[in-house]
Design a protein around this ligand. Structure first.
Ligand code: BG6
Length: 464
């Protein structure tokens, strides 16, 4: 008898991305992405100066890695196609070596009964497009749609679950507000335009998918940070929390599912005089091409209070001119990543989707715990005893289970991530995997305690 039993055919697995796992930036004809370029220019921006070419070698080891996925109970796995691998330069020519690689990867997954979920964009703008403005340039939307069509055409027979973006708010925040992605600008007007183009590109890819008569589902993956006011009875705190939610969650959630932007966000952008450049028919495209399936990445909540700190009027406006972050006393923290651990947040998101987004089919597409220095937990048998990760996943799964009991339409749970991987400017600082990768010892893989535990959970479709 299993206490926490999940629905039949629940998706158990993990997520990763091409740029974080594959490695070798120009191997086999891959073109340069913003990450390859930025690392070449400024290696010291990256933890221990480790760059994307040193991602965990999945490009060469996927066959063995897929066996490890099996051994850790995967029935599904998300990867992303690297745009700059498939279409390496501005001529638009398709890299046939990449086509063969992705086909082999998909065949290998399917042969092992692991359903491939494919994402089109995981922060990795090809440099030939970034040179012309990247997401700031409307031409990138057209280039993206043509890339999406190419992917559907090439791989649509094998992939039945597609995603237009992973966490589209992150390139907005990283690239145009808080400087942790190239091009590291601080410019709210550009941030709004970039987010708008990403959203338009997503809707146009959904439109293309349906026009092409593809027979799977298409969705988007959003990192949702449920917004909680410091004081639930203080109208100013509530207002701040509603606005933070509109900016960081509903900016993509609403147009992706409801086909329209939240009024609070529209009002703010108008007030600041930074409405994006919107062409005729764009809003109709967004309205008419909403998604089939929502991926939810959940790591941490956002706690906010009414603005108390002064705003520097000399600089560009920023979202946080409108609220302050709030550190709740006694909150549980992951000290390595500096993120609050609040398990109930995952339940609140699922209930919100149930009640306010038509209970659209969804799944947890990322959840996980980044930990620094995990080697010290390796036991005499060479196994990393990451029992804190088991506790983290289990405690979140309990809330997922509860939400499903209460009618949430949640179809699966994917951990971030399968094996330790390269994480942008953090490189290998924090490890997230079920499987460890020894980057100093020929990239050797070994299953952690959490991976063994997850296999049992998947086999039993639940846990006690
Ligand atoms: C998610 C991203 O937000 O967080 C991943 O989709 C990323 O790409 C993961 O690696 C962990 O991030 P970090 O910065 O803690 O390594």
């Amino acid at each position: 008898m299993v206490t926490y039993k999940f629905p039949d055919n629940f998706w158990w697995g993990s997520a990763a991305s091409g740029p974080q796992t594959e490695g070798t930036y120009d191997g086999d004809g891959k073109g340069e992405s913003i990450w390859d370029y930025w690392y070449k220019k400024m290696p010291d921006k990256f933890f221990d100066e480790v760059g994307p070419a040193d991602a965990s070698r999945f490009y060469h080891t996927y066959k063995e890695d897929i066996q490890l996925m099996k051994a850790t109970g995967h029935n599904s796995y998300r990867h992303s196609i690297q745009w700059s691998r498939l279409i390496p330069d501005a001529t638009g020519a398709i890299n046939q070596t990449a086509v063969a690689y992705y086909n082999d990867l998909l065949d290998e997954l399917l042969a092992n009964d692991i359903e491939p979920f494919m994402n089109l964009y995981h922060f990795d703008m090809p440099m030939y497009l970034q040179e012309k403005g990247g997401w700031l340039n409307r031409a990138t939307v057209d280039a993206y749609v043509s890339y999406a069509r190419t992917c559907f055409e090439l791989f649509g027979g094998k992939v039945k679950k597609w995603f237009t973006h992973n966490e589209p708010i992150v390139p907005v925040e990283g690239g145009y507000l808080y400087q942790f992605h190239y091009p590291c600008e601080v410019n709210m007007k550009h941030a709004v335009q970039v987010g708008y183009h990403e959203m338009l590109a997503s809707a146009k890819a959904v439109q293309a998918y349906r026009e092409m008569g593809q027979d799977g589902q298409i969705g988007i993956i959003l990192n949702l940070t449920p917004s909680y006011p410091r004081d639930e009875h203080n109208p100013e705190d509530i207002k701040a929390s509603v606005l933070a939610d509109a900016i960081f969650n509903r900016s993509f959630l609403d147009p992706s599912i409801k086909g329209e932007y939240p009024p609070e966000l529209v009002a703010l952008v108008k007030e600041l005089g930074i409405l994006p450049d919107i062409h005729d028919n764009d809003l109709a495209v967004i309205r008419d091409n909403t998604i089939d399936l929502l991926g939810i990445n959940y790591y941490q909540p956002r706690r906010v209070k009414a603005k108390e700190t002064p705003v520097d009027r000399e600089r560009s406006p920023m979202p946080d001119d409108y609220f302050d972050n709030y550190e709740m006393p006694g909150r549980k923290m992951n000290p390595h990543r500096g993120w609050e651990i609040y398990e109930k947040g995952i339940y609140d998101i699922l209930i919100n989707v149930r009640d306010n987004y038509g209970n659209i089919p969804c799944f947890i597409s990322e959840n996980g715990m980044g930990v620094e220095g995990e080697e010290k937990f390796r036991n005499a048998d060479g196994v990393i005893e990451d029992d804190y990760r088991i506790e983290f996943v289990r405690d979140h799964l309990k809330y997922v289970h509860q939400a499903i009991q209460e009618g949430a339409n949640c179809l699966g749970y994917h951990m971030w991530t399968c094996m330790d991987n390269w994480s942008w400017t953090n490189a290998y600082k924090n490890r997230y995997g079920f499987i460890s990768v020894d980057i100093h010892n020929q990239w050797q893989r070994s299953i952690k305690n959490s991976g063994r535990w997850f296999k049992q959970v998947s086999d039993n479709n639940g846990f006690n």
